[in-house]
Design a binder for this molecule. Sequence first.
Ligand code: NAD
Length: 352
Amino acid sequence: MSLPSRHALVPFVSVDNMMRLVLHIGIEQMMADLAAEIEADFRRWPLFDKTPRVASHSDVGVIELMPTSDGETYGFKYVNGHPSNMKKGLQTVTAFGLLADVATGYPLMLSEMTILTALRTAATSAMAAKWLAPKGATTMAMIGNGAQAEFQALAFKAICGITELRLYDIDPAATTKCARNLADRGLHLVPCNSPEAAIEGAQIITTCTADKQLATILTDNMVGAGVHINAVGGDCPGKTELHRDILLRSGIFVEYPPQTRIEGEIQQLPDDHPVTELWQVITGAAQGRTDGRQITLFDSVGFAIEDFSALRYVHSRLKNNDFHQDLDMIADPDDPRDLFGMILRAGAESAV
Ligand code: NAD
C-alpha cells in the first residue's frame, strides 16, 4: 500500500546504526566530542528547563523519564536501572530517547540510548575529572567492571590522559572481560584481587558497581588525601557506594542538586550539606579543587542535559549518510483537521 503525504518521517537511530556511527567516528573521539558538547551546554545551564527525573521504583529497580529543553529543542530519555537483570542475562541499564522541535512539537529524532548513555556518562565523568582531579593524574582505579567500565576507562584516557587502569570487581569474570576488551588500547592494565589493591597509587578512583542497597565499596580509611572520586554507581534512593565518612571529608560536586539529593551519595547527608554545582565550576562562578590535599568527589547520577547534548550531537551527525532509518511515527494529514478522513482514505486505498 502506498502512503501518500500523511507522514512526517522521523529519523530513527537503531542499536546497529549507533554502533556503526560509534565505529565510524571512533569511540574515544566520540566521547571527547560528547564531553565538549556537554561542557558547552553546562555553560548555558540557567536557560534549560530542569526537573529531577520522574522515577517509578519497584523492589528490583527503577524506570525513569528525563526531560529538558533549551527553548528551541526538547529532549527526553527513558531509562531503567535493574541491578538484578545481570543474573537473568539482561542489561542493568537500557535506554532510548527523543529530540523534538519546540516550535512545532514534532519529533526530530528517536534514538537508542543504551550505548549512548554509556558514552555520555563516561564523557561527563571525564569532563568533571578534567576540572576536579589532581593535575597530572595518570592512574585510575576502576571498581565495578561491568557494562559501563570500558567506556569510563577510555573516556578518562582520551580526556584526562589516564595511562594506567587498576581493575577490581567482586566477580573476577567481569574484570577478565574488561581487561580483554581494553587490551591494545594503549592503557597499562592491572587486574587486582581487592578494592584496596586497586586504589594503590591511584589519583582517580571510579566506583561503578550495581547493587540496589546502601553498599560500601570504599571505606573512609581507604581514601587518602588529594584523590578524585568519580562515584557513578550510586544513582537511586537506597543505592549508594561510599561510606558516609568519606563524604564528610570531601569537596562534593554535583549535576543538579534537587535530583542528586534524592539519588546520589549525598542522600546520606542532611539536605543543607554544602555541595558545588559542576556547571558553576565550568563557568568560573564557583571554585573547583581548592588544593592538592583536598578529596574531590563527583557524585554522578546522570542528568537530562547530558542526554540532550548527546542526542543533539547524534542528530547533527545524521546528514548525508545512512546511520538512520526513517520512521513513520507521526500522523500528518494534508488537511490538519482531517485526521479521521486520513484513515478513511487509507481504507479506500487498501480496498482497491
Ligand atoms: P553492570 O551490572 O553491568 O556492572 C556492575 C558491576 O559491579 C558488576 O560487574 C558487578 O559484579 C560489580 N559489583 C557489584 N557489587 C560490587 C562490589 N561490592 N565491589 C566490586 N564490584 C561490584 O552495571 P553497569 O551498566 O556497568 O552500571 C554500573 C552502575 O552505574 C549501575 O549502578 C548503574 O545504575 C550506574 N549508572 C550510573 C550512571 C550515571 O549517570 N551516574 C549512568 C549509567 C549507569
